[in-house]
Design a protein around this ligand. Structure first.
Ligand code: ATR
Length: 512
């Protein structure tokens, strides 16, 4: 069993006990009392005796990232007072243990010998692990700052090869999966903070997120792993939406954020190492900025099956990993289906529509390619007119007609559908609209679609609604692209209503 341990900085006995009770209520089964600056042995004894959960007592030196400025000798004196039975573990740095040629201190139950490297991966990682395993430690703990997301795989390898109960964690944003997947790989524990602001190490996740967002209770060695690859990545709503959906249908999967730095080489190195690490049971990936083009290039190099429309767009957002690799885009299907569902038409009927696409960036390109593919007449409006012209030239005449027009002409565009793919109106600049300064006449016969989902109802959509025009929010598109991925991975119908609710709830919280 892998413990879920909440670390608590002890400022007073009362506060520490209160926090430990809260940790227990939130589902922790172990607490770590960090007594770095609280060194009254009598108080520590009472704290441990009254602890509502089994505990680790740690007095971390500043040399290993803690706050204790006492000398080794003074620090060790704290532990001379034998604790009661409930005090299960004493955590001591392996370096200190070796330096002072200590024998295991009695009275505190089991000994965790730990090693921390805040700069990066220890040079002699595997030697260190062997040495620690051969020591009198009951539990071996190794923690380092992940240089890239690939460092997590070494932490998992260490766990799989363990000969003693072991903790192997990577700090920092790139190391988050080592904390979440610790249970899958049989770690002795993982740490989770009591609240979002109470982390004791970089990259620590709150116990609430660990339990609710990352499905801690459901994780097991066979759990399939999915994730979103991008940089930055922690703002992504995809983990919330997919994990909630896994939970809803009882699918044994977990969806995690995967920070992969910009550049093709980083993406390729990530893919090669993660695909090669079979115990991970990697089932699929969502791809976001800045890797949508890199993922297409990589899959082409690998000779993977690629959806032709994604190839003509030049980017993909979904990879399915089973016997073979498959790449496609659920973005364009989400755009098409949001529109056809709203208008109650088939994709083929789009050929009867004249559609304005505002913007010529990545999302604009996806919209143009998808709509033109189904024969629509597309008019592209973009701040930088040359980009609109280049995009039009690329897709014009293949199936539908694609032209570029100047923004000033937007008011007499004669379009039935307007799609905003620019970032104008996005949080935090929600007071703006891409049609500001243009007298566009929306009517109950024009459909207005904003691909921005934060805020849910942009100024553009408010203007459209005020004119009686039907609208489509970016949430609809976001949920549909996620649902497409979910179905490709699980072969099950996506719980779309739940997914929409998760996004709306999170946006409600974020906007507040
Ligand atoms: P994405 O991949 O999300 O589509 P992108 O590729 O950066 O993002 O594209 C952003 C789009 O929003 C572009 O069409 C951009 O216009 P330019 O091509 O002229 O840069 C448009 N955009 C961004 N800020 C804008 C603004 N303040 N006014 C008008 N258009 C804007």
């Amino acid at each position: 069993m892998t413990h879920l341990c909440v670390p608590i900085f002890v400022h007073s006995r009362e506060q520490a006990l209160r926090d430990a009770i809260l940790a227990a209520e939130n589902g922790a089964d172990l607490v770590e009392y960090r007594i770095d600056t609280f060194t009254d042995t009598g108080d520590i004894y009472i704290l441990v005796q009254n602890s509502p959960l089994p505990c680790i007592v740690t007095c971390r030196s500043s040399a290993e990232g803690g706050h204790c400025e006492l000398s080794d000798e003074e620090r060790l004196k704290i532990f001379e007072t034998p604790g009661p039975d409930e005090a299960r573990y004493l955590d001591l740095e392996f370096e200190t243990f070796k330096r002072l040629a200590l024998s295991p201190p009695g009275g505190y139950g089991s000994l965790i010998l730990s090693s921390h490297d805040f700069k990066g991966r220890p040079d002699r990682l595997y030697n260190l692990i062997s040495e620690m395993t051969a020591s009198p430690a009951n539990v071996v703990k190794i923690v380092w700052t992940a240089r890239t997301v690939r460092d997590n795989l070494e932490a998992f390898e260490i766990l799989l090869a363990r000969q003693k109960p072991t903790i192997a964690l990577c700090m920092g944003e790139a190391g988050i999966i080592s904390r979440i997947l610790a249970k899958k790989f049989g770690a002795f524990l993982t740490f989770a903070s009591l609240s979002k602001s109470a982390e004791t190490a970089p990259g620590q996740i709150s116990i609430h997120d660990m339990k609710r967002l990352y499905r801690w209770d459901a994780l097991n060695p066979a759990t399939k792993v999915f994730g979103v690859v991008g940089s930055p990545i922690m703002h992504s709503m995809s983990p919330a939406i997919h994990n909630a959906a896994f939970e809803q249908i009882g699918f044994d999967g977990v969806y995690v954020p995967l920070l992969v730095n910009e550049g093709y080489e980083s993406f390729k190195a990530f893919m090669e190492s993660f695909l090669a690490f079979a115990p991970l049971n990697l089932g699929g990936l969502s791809i976001t900025i800045p890797h949508k083009e890199n993922s297409l290039r990589y899959l082409k190099e690998k000779g993977a099956a690629i959806d032709p429309l994604a190839e003509s767009i030049g980017a993909l957002n979904t990879i399915v990993i089973d016997q073979q690799l498959t790449g496609f885009s659920t973005d364009y299907a989400a755009i098409l289906d949001s529109i056809t569902t709203k208008l109650n038409i088939t994709r083929e009927q789009l050929k009867d529509y004249r559609i304005a696409v505002l913007g010529a960036g990545g999302t604009g390109r996806t919209a143009v390619a998808a709509l033109a593919h189904y024969g629509a007449t597309v008019v592209i409006y973009n701040r930088t007119h040359e980009k609109a012209e280049a995009l039009a030239a690329e897709f014009n005449g293949q199936t539908g007609k694609v032209v570029a027009a100047r923004f000033e002409k937007l008011c007499d565009s004669c379009c039935r559908i307007f799609i905003n793919t620019t970032s104008v109106g996005m949080h935090p600049k929600a007071a703006a609209s891409p049609v500001d300064g243009h007298d566009v006449k929306f009517t109950p016969d024009t459909l207005v679609f904003d691909t921005i989902y934060n805020p849910i109802k942009t100024k553009l959509l408010q203007t459209a609604e005020a004119a009686g025009a039907p609208i489509i929010t970016g949430v609809e598109m976001f949920v549909r692209q996620a649902a497409g991925q979910f179905e490709a991975w699980t072969h099950k119908t996506a719980p779309v209503d739940l997914m929409r609710k998760v996004v709306e709830e999170r946006l409600g919280v974020d906007a507040g």
